[in-house]
Design a protein around this ligand. Sequence first.
Ligand SMILES: CC(C)(COP(=O)(O)OP(=O)(O)OC[C@H]1O[C@@H](n2cnc3c(N)ncnc32)[C@H](O)[C@@H]1OP(=O)(O)O)[C@@H](O)C(=O)NCCC(=O)NCCS
Length: 280
Amino acid sequence: MTDQLIAGSAVRVLDVGDLPACLRLGEDREWSPEERKWRLLFEVGDVYGIDDPDGGLAATVVATRFGRKVTAIGMMLVAKRHERRGLGGGLLRYALDRSGTSSAWLTATAYGRPMYERLGFRPVGECATYTGQAVGLRRGSSRPAAPSDLPAILALDAEVFGAPRVELLTRLRSFWEQFRVVDGPGGLAGFGGAWRNVSDTVLGPVIAQDADIALELLSDLASDVEGPVRVDIDTGRPELVAWAMEHGLTHGFSTTIMEYGEELPGDRARLFTPVMVALG
Ligand SMILES: CC(C)(COP(=O)(O)OP(=O)(O)OC[C@H]1O[C@@H](n2cnc3c(N)ncnc32)[C@H](O)[C@@H]1OP(=O)(O)O)[C@@H](O)C(=O)NCCC(=O)NCCS
């Protein structure tokens, strides 16, 4: 179950039975109790933790591997009372050593960035989160995805993401509220999903052959959401920032997009929004 001590504490592979303790650790850092997100991460990722000798968890990290090429890092948390003892850095190093992929990806809060840089992550961009009730939307040309679209969705995703996300994307029915596709002359021109989080619906992933198609997907997904939406935008894409502002969304917070190891594979010019910032 464990084979390494970090700052005197043993690392443990967590399972869904640890979910309440993960939520409590998140609360300690003023993170909202994102139960659905954690449940998905337990299904598709490797969740590592360090127990707090006084009960509950002292630290967590989730490493989700996509084939042999990319690991997405998320939910890096250390309880306030255990910070600055090396638990965060040690746990992340442990997860990276076990992932065995050529690259890793994450988005870093200001708290985490110095630690990630020390471990060898490089900043490659900025991710800005926009939220709110979307207004003034015009419908685009997308349609709801049918089960028969799945092979084409997986093929386009593998080409753009550069690593297989089959396990994640085949959870379309149970996890996503909506999943839409845009048809092009030679096959799929794009696809997009939306999933419900605690207080909003996240518009992601959006993968498209160009920005116009991506914006159509965002508008169509947002049109069918009741209540506020959230979009995580790489600020190197001004057209997406403009879309968010034009439709009444406001900027909440920003994180630094970071990569580790080899340059990320695929064609990221066609990757418009991540599934979530813990997954890429
Ligand atoms: C970011 C976070 C995970 C770091 O966890 P941590 O256990 O404090 O991390 P570490 O102890 O490994 O490293 C933090 C710093 O403490 C220093 N440190 C480590 N051991 C130490 C020790 N024994 N004594 C003093 N300082 C120490 C490290 O050098 C590091 O300094 P740096 O940030 O200047 O590089 C934690 O602050 C946290 O949970 N923050 C809130 C949630 C969050 O923002 N998570 C990141 C999401 S991307």
